[in-house]
Each structure stands twice: as structure tokens, then as C-alpha cells.
Design a protein around this ligand. Structure first.
Ligand code: KG4
Ligand code: ZN
Length: 343
């Protein structure tokens, strides 16, 4: 019997990745991502170029996702789309496309919050090592380019945000520090790679804590800047030439330390012993390893998605929509792009 969740087509276009995925009853059948490379030469995402590229890529990407799932357009039983937060022009491309398709096929439309999408990425294939999926309620640490948040996730789409960043997001700190070190954009993966051969004790950067479970990363970013600026030029050149990996490892250690220490406090105070770690920065190898070690030592279960679902993708949007459909939540055709949507 055809139900809304039989062949759910999901679309993601909030930033610089045009992505589409098909899920059949919550099982991923295809996931296609076209990452826009044009932005790298500008050192960051250029919104106007991003929306134009989404327009160029959306039809081929969706066609490919349907093909890989071995279904035709008429088999699609619901259409999910990211409607915020993100770049207005980019979101509009996906939202307009999804609305038109849902209307033409006469199937349900499901608007998905991108940040909720990251949260439910933990369910696509489960944890990258154990394949286990988080049981409700669980704690979710979302670390991406624009957000650093801690949320309690309960069954039936109940989300309570208990921590957020006061200034820079964790990914933003990686990208800004990477820029200072001449690593280009996005710098997270490059810092991660360099740090693997570096000494995290080379320099002690501050582990700044904000109130409660909130984060603050702008002080750490400034500390790296001052560390480099205060050195005589000869020494700076020496450090950047021979100790780039050590500086990366030391900076990364500070970020990971703050994230894990805060999660330890959250576990202590809430008594919830299940933690999902999602978003682009959850691809960081030190964070993945140390989160796991923290979990093993403290009897806390951790759920970290496989690398391919840490970065922006449409599979996570589809998984979120699957949960929404199961809870009877759909959108109507008044759905609009909401660049500043919060969770
Ligand atoms: O979730 P995401 O793909 O996009 C947003 O919704 O923001 O996250 C992108 C962020 C970028 O800041 C990027 O530098 C960071 O994730 N990132 C990493 C790693 N891979 C991506 N940061 C640290 N280590 C990584 N391996
Ligand atoms: Zn994202």
C-alpha cells in the first residue's frame, strides 16, 4: 500500500550543497550531493553564486537521486525540503522546487528545519561503529559551521535547547583560525588532517566557558590571532613553516576539550546518558575519538553518524521528514524560505 513514507523525496539547498535523497519507509535508497566548488576561490560562500548554482543543479541532482533509488517521479509519495535556516536565495530554490513537485504529484509536502535535519542524521545508519540509533530521550550536540547547540530530544518531535554558542560556532572558529593560518575555506578538514601529526600540548590555548551549558569560541579564535601576532616575524615564519601541525593540534584540542567538558556537565545534571554528536564538525577525528573514549569511561552511549552524513546532505532531511510524517506533521503550500529559522 502506498503511504506518505513509501518513497519520500528529500531536498536540501540551504547553503552551498545541492542535495536530494530518497527514503523508503525510513530506509535510505539514494543520496546525491553536488558540492559547489566555486566558493573556495572566494574564501567563503558567495550567496548569489550559490543560488544560481542550485538552480542549475537541482533538476539533475533530483533526477539522479530517483534513478539511484530505481523509482520514477510518479512513485514519489511525499516531498521534504529544508526551509531554513540558511541563505535566502539558496533556500528559495529548494522550497519552490519542492512545492511545485508536491503540487504536481498531489503528495504531502514536509518543510524541515536544517538544524533538526542534523539531529536526525543520527538515525540514518546509526552510529558509525556500532550502527546503533539513539533511544529517546537523548542529548544532541550539534556542531556545524553556523551553530553549536545542545538539545534534549524526546519522542514525538519534542526538542528543548539547553545550550548554544554566545558568539562564534565551533565550525566558524575552525574556519576563521584556518584562514589566519592560510589554510583556505572550509578549514575544518584541513586543520583536522594537519593536527593528526601535531602535538596538542605545543601551546596551551584558553578553554573559555560561558554561563550554564553555553559556549563561547570567539575568545579562542582571538587567542590564536594574538599568539601569532605577538611573535617576532622570524619566529612566526618558523612556527607557520615547521609547527603548523602543532598549532592546529593545540587549537583543536581546546575546542574538543570545551565540547566534551560541557557535555560531561550536561550528563551530570540531566542524568541522560545517550549523546548524539552531529553537524559538520562531528566529522572531526579528535572529537569523534575523544567523545567515544569519554562515553566508554563514563558509561555514556555515543551516537556519531558516518562521515558522509556529518556534512550537509538530503538524507538527514528525509529522515527528519519521515519522523514528522509518522507524527502526522506536514506543511501546506504557504511554506516559505525562512533564512533565520531557529530550532
Ligand atoms: O554542517 P555543515 O556541513 O554546514 C553547516 O550547516 O554549517 O558544517 C560545515 C562546518 C565548516 O565550518 C567546516 O569547517 C566544519 O564543518 N568541518 C570540520 C571538519 N569537517 C567539516 N571541522 C573540524 N574538523 C573536520 N574534520
Ligand atoms: Zn548544516
Amino acid at each position: 500500500m502506498k503511504t506518505a513514507t513509501s518513497h519520500l523525496l528529500a531536498i536540501e539547498s540551504s547553503c552551498d550543497d545541492t542535495a536530494a535523497a530518497v527514503l523508503a519507509e525510513g530506509t535510505l535508497k539514494s543520496s546525491v550531493i553536488a558540492s559547489q566548488s566555486i566558493h573556495a576561490i572566494f574564501g567563503g560562500v558567495v550567496p548569489e553564486l550559490a543560488s544560481r548554482d542550485h538552480q542549475r543543479l537541482i533538476v539533475p541532482v533530483v533526477t539522479q537521486a530517483l534513478k539511484e533509488a530505481a523509482i520514477s517521479r510518479n512513485d514519489v509519495s511525499s516531498v521534504a525540503v529544508t526551509y531554513g535556516p540558511g541563505l535566502a536565495g539558496s533556500l528559495l530554490v529548494g522550497v519552490s522546487f519542492a512545492k511545485a513537485l508536491a503540487l504536481a504529484l498531489d503528495v504531502p509536502l514536509v518543510g524541515v528545519n536544517h538544524m533538526e535535519g542534523h539531529i536526525y542524521s543520527a538515525f540514518i545508519e546509526g552510529d558509525y561503529q556500532t550502527q546503533e540509533k539513539p533511544p529517546f530521550p537523548f542529548l544532541c550536540l550539534t556542531v556545524s559551521g553556523g551553530h553549536t547547540e545542545i538539545t534534549i530530544i524526546e519522542e514525538g518531535f519534542k526538542h528543548t535547547k539547553i545550550g548554544r554558542t554566545r558568539d562564534d560556532a565551533a565550525g566558524e572558529a575552525f574556519d576563521k583560525v584556518g584562514k589566519m593560518l592560510g589554510l583556505g575555506y572550509p578549514a575544518g578538514p584541513k586543520i583536522d588532517k594537519l593536527a593528526q601529526t601535531g602535538n596538542p600540548l605545543f601551546h596551551h590555548f584558553p578553554r573559555t566557558k560561558s554561563n550554564g551549558f553555553d559556549f563561547s569560541f570567539s575568545g579562542l579564535k582571538t587567542a590564536v590571532l594574538y599568539y601569532l601576532q605577538k611573535m617576532p616575524e622570524v619566529q612566526r615564519n618558523e612556527v607557520l613553516t615547521h609547527h603548523l601541525n602543532d598549532v592546529c593540534a593545540s587549537f583543536q584540542a581546546a575546542v574538543v576539550d570545551v565540547l566534551i567538558t560541557t557535555m560531561a556537565q550536561v550528563v551530570e545534571e540531566t542524568g541522560i546518558r545517550h549523546i548524539a554528536v552531529v553537524g559538520g564538525v562531528s566529522a572531526n577525528s579528535a572529537l569523534r575519538n575523544q567523545m567515544r573514549v569519554f562515553g566508554q569511561k563514563n558509561d555514556v552511549s555515543t551516537y556519531i553518524p558516518p562521515l558522509k552524513y556529518c556534512m550537509d546532505n538530503a538524507a538527514m532531511i528525509g529522515m527528519t521528514a519521515h519522523f514528522k510524517l509518522k507524527a502526522g506533521i506536514t506543511s501546506d503550500l504557504t511554506l516559505n524560505a525562512e533564512p533565520n529559522l531557529s530550532v
